[in-house]
Design a protein around this ligand. Structure first.
Ligand SMILES: Nc1ncnc2c1ncn2[C@@H]1O[C@H](COP(=O)(O)OP(=O)(O)O)[C@@H](O)[C@H]1O
Ligand SMILES: Nc1ccn([C@H]2C[C@H](O)[C@@H](COP(=O)(O)O)O2)c(=O)n1
Length: 283
């Protein structure tokens, strides 16, 4: 089963220079207004590119270069994101960026992921601060190929994992507020381009079984209700759309299927996934 959600996005295309931008380069360019937030309110701000004012439908950039495409694969823990990326990595002209879990497990000898699972009230903020940095690095890495597929995004790090820590009382409000101000600054001053979100939707129970099967040391203590909370936040963000901005069209794929059926679904929707301009035709 596959559904497409239309987007509430107001248009934030990539500027001609954005592929070259790295966090430090951007900090040097603080004076240059890249994005303006439209309408702060209950929901998150929406962003519109000031310099080119280009809408998503245009494939050719103002500087004549071809528009590149960024697809984010979102979903619960062990929903099959890495497996999906591995599958598409065999396609020519696609670059794949997986979540830097290895980096999170060894920051100058410190395993932030392990620390977070051992004591999330103490280490949740530490892990999420680092996740936000590494995700920003992923989004701003120069694109070498026309299509980039990445595992999760800086958005889900904030809207799912930071939000869960805060709502469950594991992240004190001052920490949450500081991380939110950092996030808002990034969204206002950096170009975070997302053309399509592929949401792997499945039951928390299946995720639980797959977490057990994968047997990642740090995750052995994950209870089912943690996966339920993470699932509910994905639904709130990408399906119900009750709180946070959804930055691109969302393709919902039923990921409860076995591997063979997952491949069948990926093949059926290959064109929609790899050419987000086609997504309207899939609606
Ligand atoms: N459709 C599927 N059916 C059964 N097992 C799967 C399926 N997709 C992935 N797996 C297995 O589930 C575990 C988690 O998958 P993975 O792709 O690493 O998830 P994620 O990257 O979302 O955490 C792995 O052991 C993987 O081999
Ligand atoms: N912002 C984040 C992102 C991920 N994690 C955790 C969840 C998993 O234990 C691990 C990697 O995720 P997966 O790719 O297996 O879904 O990192 C987190 O705590 N915060």
């Amino acid at each position: 089963m596959l559904r497409v959600q239309s987007s509430g996005w107001q248009g934030c295309p990539v500027g001609p220079f954005c592929d070259e931008m790295r966090p430090l380069a951007a900090l040097r360019n603080l004076g240059r207004p890249l994005l303006v937030a439209l309408g702060y309110g209950r929901a998150e701000p929406r962003y519109f590119h000031l310099q080119c004012g280009q809408r998503r439908s245009g494939k050719i950039m103002q500087n004549g270069s071809r528009k590149k495409t960024v697809i984010c694969i979102e979903g619960n823990i062990a929903s099959g994101k890495t497996t999906c990326l591995e599958y598409f990595s065999k396609t020519p002209n696609i670059e794949v960026i997986t979540e830097p879990v290895t980096q999170w497990r060894n920051v100058q000898g410190h395993n932030l992921l392990g620390l977070m699972y051992q004591d999330s009230s103490r280490w949740g903020i530490t892990l999420q601060t680092y996740v936000q940095l590494t995700m920003l690095d992923m989004h701003t890495r120069p694109m070498m190929l026309p299509v980039r597929m990445m595992e999760r995004s800086i958005l889900s790090a904030k809207y799912i994992f930071v939000e869960n820590l805060y709502r469950s009382g594991k992240m004190p409000e001052p920490d949450y507020v500081v991380l939110t101000e950092w996030f808002d600054w990034i969204m206002k001053n950096m170009t975070i381009s997302v053309d399509l979100i592929v949401y792997l939707q499945l039951s928390p129970k299946t995720c639980y079984e797959r977490v057990k099967m994968r047997c990642r040391e740090e995750e052995k203590i994950i209870p089912l209700d943690y996966l339920e909370a993470i699932h509910n936040l994905h639904e709130e963000w990408l399906i119900k759309r009750t709180r946070f901005t959804v930055p691109a069209p969302v393709l919902v794929i039923n990921a409860d299927d076995d591997l063979q059926n997952m491949i069948r679904q990926y093949e059926e929707h290959r064109d929609c996934i790899l050419t987000p301009d086609n997504i309207q035709r899939c609606l």
